[in-house]
Ligand binder design. Structure first.
Ligand SMILES: Cc1cc2nc3c(=O)[nH]c(=O)nc-3n(C[C@H](O)[C@H](O)[C@H](O)COP(=O)(O)OP(=O)(O)OC[C@H]3O[C@@H](n4cnc5c(N)ncnc54)[C@H](O)[C@@H]3O)c2cc1C
Length: 396
């Protein structure tokens, strides 16, 4: 086995060598943070570019709906998105999120969250407000909320733009190179062996292929989702991500509210098909006038690629009803896959000294991944060895 040459070491390098396995938003977040702290960073990625969940998603940085540790990660990630977007030149939009309530119980649930969080985070809207700002079927509206902290990025281009910026600023990327084994100080890859002071494994659901015992111990599996991109016959004036009652029963902060059980029961009774597909009906508007519309959830060890058309039918029916439009033309369908595990949102582990695993185990990595990355390096004790490498201030 050959040893990969240490080229890429910059003349000004004074820190440790951090090897990150996986170039999704988590691995890129770790690379960005280690680079910012002044260390030499190599990213090992089996694909030729960013192809995992980090480009399969809605691009919704859904800060407000998170709870507990995930909320802390999300708040940190929000700042990192704004700083990195400004530095790397990709769009991070301060859109906020709208949530539409279509029953009294859904409205009650939003009021319960507003009571906890206050007006800075959750602004309740009455039916008239919602009809004025949201292109939803007007007769179905009871009220809603605006969540001003949330952000939106373009899911297809944000993570790839971050990777390109890091590569241009001294982070070495070994594309089309798979890690075959990791151990203290070593990463064996399909192109040779790397030596490292710190190894971070950010392989997401494929953790079960690299470190099967760690994955098995956490009960890690795959969750596969139906996703659609639709083009309406004429532009729909939606300018923010839009969540529905189906969303409110799954994000931790909302799901913990007293009325969540009523909302879940109501949805299951009103639409058993949607409930059977474990739908989270939500949409994000894209700059080209299309909407990303999703999603369904099926959990299993593997994620076979065959997507039952019935899942797409349910999404299209629910999306048509939500928006009150029957001119949604499907222009893309895909299967998204993310890691899932019982009773946890994140899997952090150190299976060997200096080998750290960072895996989100629910679908919130675009919201929390960049914040999780900071936490992983703090836990690993990776100090700043020089003043932070320059990144423009958030919002600059
Ligand atoms: C359909 C869908 C919608 C979603 N919507 C949202 C949303 O709107 N907001 C939100 O917050 N979250 C959302 N998520 C979740 C979010 O996208 C994920 O949590 C996040 O992208 C996970 O990032 P990651 O870096 O861990 O994984 P990934 O992006 O999957 O990256 C892991 C990388 O590791 C590489 N890899 C694996 N094994 C190896 C190996 N042995 N050697 C080298 N490389 C390896 C893979 O090729 C891959 O590139 C969604 C997810 C899906 C699927």
């Amino acid at each position: 086995m050959s040893t990969i040459s240490p080229e890429g070491r910059s003349a000004s390098y004074r820190g440790q060598h951090v090897v990150v396995v996986g170039a999704g938003v988590v691995g890129l977040g770790v690379a960005a943070e280690a680079h910012r702290r002044g260390h030499r960073v190599t990213v090992v990625e089996q694909a030729a570019g960013v192809v995992g969940s980090s480009v399969q998603n809605f691009g919704h940085v859904c800060v407000t709906a998170q709870a507990g540790q995930a909320r802390a990660y999300a708040l940190a990630a929000r700042e990192r998105w704004l700083a990195l977007g400004a530095a790397a030149g990709f769009r991070v939009a301060r859109t906020g999120t709208h949530v539409v309530a279509r029953t009294a119980a859904e409205m009650r649930l939003l009021a319960e969250l507003a009571e906890q969080r206050g007006d800075d985070e959750v602004r309740l809207l009455d039916a008239g407000d919602v009809r004025a700002v949201l292109p939803v079927r007007p007769d179905a509206v009871v009220g809603g909320a605006f969540l001003p902290l949330d952000l939106q990025v373009d899911p297809r281009s944000a993570a790839p733009a971050l990777a390109a910026w890091l590569e241009a600023h001294g982070v070495r990327f070994l594309w089309r190179t798979a890690a075959r084994a990791v151990s203290t100080g070593r990463v064996e890859t399909t192109r040779g062996t790397l030596t490292a002071d710190l190894v971070v494994v950010a392989t997401h659901h494929d953790l079960d292929r690299l470190l099967p015992d760690v994955a098995a111990h956490a009960g890690l599996r795959r969750c596969r989702l139906h996703m659609l991109r639709v083009r309406p016959g004429s532009r729909i004036p939606l300018t923010t991500p839009l969540l529905t009652g189906w969303s409110t029963v799954r994000y931790a902060a909302l799901a913990a509210c007293p009325s969540a059980a009523d909302v879940a029961a109501e949805l299951a009774a009103a639409d058993p098909d949607g409930a059977a597909w474990d739908v989270n009906l939500m949409t994000t508007p894209q700059e080209d006038g299309t909407l990303i519309l999703g999603d369904t959830h099926v959990r299993d060890v593997d994620a076979p690629v065959f997507q039952d058309e019935a899942g797409y039918d349910v999404l299209l029916r629910l999306g048509t009803d939500l928006l009150g439009r029957d001119d949604l033309r499907v222009v893309e369908r895909w299967q998204g896959t993310y890691a899932t595990a019982p009773d946890r949102e994140v899997l952090l582990a150190e299976p060997e000294p200096g080998v750290h695993v960072a895996t989100l185990t629910t679908g919130i990595g675009m919201t929390t991944g960049l914040g999780l990355a900071v936490e992983v390096l703090d836990r690993a004790g990776l100090d700043h060895v020089e003043p932070d490498r320059a990144e423009p201030a958030p919002g600059a």
